[in-house]
Design a protein around this ligand. Sequence first.
Ligand code: MG
Length: 165
Amino acid sequence: MPFRIGHGYDLHRLEPIAPNGPGRPLVIAGVTLEHPMGPVSHSDGDVAYHAVTDAVLGALGEGDIGQLFPDDDPRWDGADSAVFIREAAQHMTERGFIVGNLDVTIICERPKLSGKKTVMIANIARLLNCEVSRVNLKGKTHEKVDAVGEGRAVEAHVVVLLERV
Ligand code: MG
């Protein structure tokens, strides 16, 4: 098949950052954001990187991030989630695919992501070895309702199209 499509989704609960709670510093798409709350997670809890990894693995028909990187494996405790995308990208390359395009939606009530998007896009494109023009990233709020809207969680959705080269 010349094309493969994949979808990725992730959510992390946000809690006050240590020493006030169990949250890690808030990192989204490789950018550390100033915020008193952060994800409760085994790795660094980068919701965007996790959803990108799952989208690529999904497109390849290779299961999910938890199969490749079990969350009870001490190697991934506090890990930079860039490791996960790099591994998925390596699988993609080995299977003879490149990113056609990738569309990322991050749902985060606060902090505001505008002003960070260019760096986030560059980070994702670099890890997937593709041009920045192939990556789109949207930031949305959840209109103050439900856990995400109340600032208690952050969520990401990704769709990717892979092209055979
Ligand atoms: Mg995750």
